[in-house]
Design a protein around this ligand. Structure first.
Ligand SMILES: Nc1ncnc2c1ncn2[C@@H]1O[C@H](COP(=O)(O)OP(=O)(O)O)[C@@H](O)[C@H]1O
Ligand SMILES: [Mg+2]
Length: 179
């Protein structure tokens, strides 16, 4: 129990630090190459997926537009969404990372075919400390960190989920002339 609690507190501290750091993003805004950001993310996660029975599929065009933002913070957003996708597929499944660019914005989607989000939880998942993962594994700050960072990029996060079938989280970032 002590071991589990120490682990939980350490995760909690780490996430609270990220939460706090997330609010300083204004200082770090600079032209950010999203292809490079996504490459960083994929390098970090790809080796851990096969042992968890998760197949990674990517659909990322080569020349995503440059956005004004923080590469580190956007990485954190994608890593948090991916961590949730993994948690939603304890038996394994498919993780899709999809990007696309439109006239006014760029979209990055993290999609899983895991357990999905119960209807009654939909409105609460972005709340700080909301978790359905029990004491040991979840502290419920991942999505609130994502929300904070994406808001500071003047973007938004769209969620689609079918309970029992999977979820998809899409980060929408405005292009510079539209933000
Ligand atoms: N991909 C997903 N599939 C199913 N449920 C999800 C997914 N992402 C988030 N959730 C739900 O939203 C809650 C909050 O997520 P988050 O803020 O990252 O906290 P935590 O992961 O610590 O529980 C999760 O506990 C879970 O119920
Ligand atoms: Mg999480």
């Amino acid at each position: 129990m002590a071991y589990d609690e120490a682990g939980r507190l350490s995760r909690l501290t780490g996430q609270m630090l990220n939460f706090y750091r997330g609010s300083m993003v204004e200082d770090e805004m600079q032209p950010t190459n999203l292809n490079e950001m996504l490459d960083d993310v994929i390098v970090l996660i790809r080796d851990e997926l096969p042992p968890a029975g998760i197949i990674l599929r990517t659909d990322i065009p080569q020349n995503l537009p440059v956005v004004t933002g923080s590469r580190d913070k956007l990485k954190q957003v994608m890593l948090n969404l991916i961590a949730n996708a993994r948690d939603a597929m304890p038996q394994g499944g498919h993780l899709d990372i999809i990007a696309s660019a439109g006239a006014a914005d760029v979209r990055m989607t993290v999609k899983d075919d895991g357990m999905g989000i119960a209807r009654e939880h939909r409105d609460r998942i972005f709340d700080a400390f909301f978790t359905t993962k029990g004491k040991v594994s979840g502290v419920g700050l991942g999505l609130s960190v994502c929300y904070g960072i994406v808001s500071q990029h003047r973007g938004s996060i769209d969620v689609e989920s079918i309970p029992g079938a999977g979820s998809s989280f899409t980060v929408v970032l405005p292009l510079p002339e539209h933000s």
